[in-house]
Design a protein around this ligand. Structure first.
Ligand SMILES: [Zn+2]
Ligand SMILES: [Zn+2]
Length: 57
């Protein structure tokens, strides 16, 4: 299940590159996270208060 860990849980095509707060899940790419309606985490359905980009060196 390595691919599941690396790819966005929503579009399955882009890498996960942001953290959803307040739950802290890293489960989506920023493009998907920004347009989620309603704005809730796809894993735990907690409300998304903030989306923090992950920057990979
Ligand atoms: Zn995505
Ligand atoms: Zn979550």
């Amino acid at each position: 299940r390595y691919q599941d860990l690396d790819s966005c849980a929503i579009c399955l095509s882009r890498p996960r590159d942001c953290v959803l707060l307040n739950c802290g899940h890293v489960c989506a790419c920023s493009e998907c996270a920004i347009v989620l309606q309603p704005p809730q985490c796809p894993i735990c359905r907690d409300r998304i208060a903030r989306i923090v980009p992950l920057y990979h060196a």
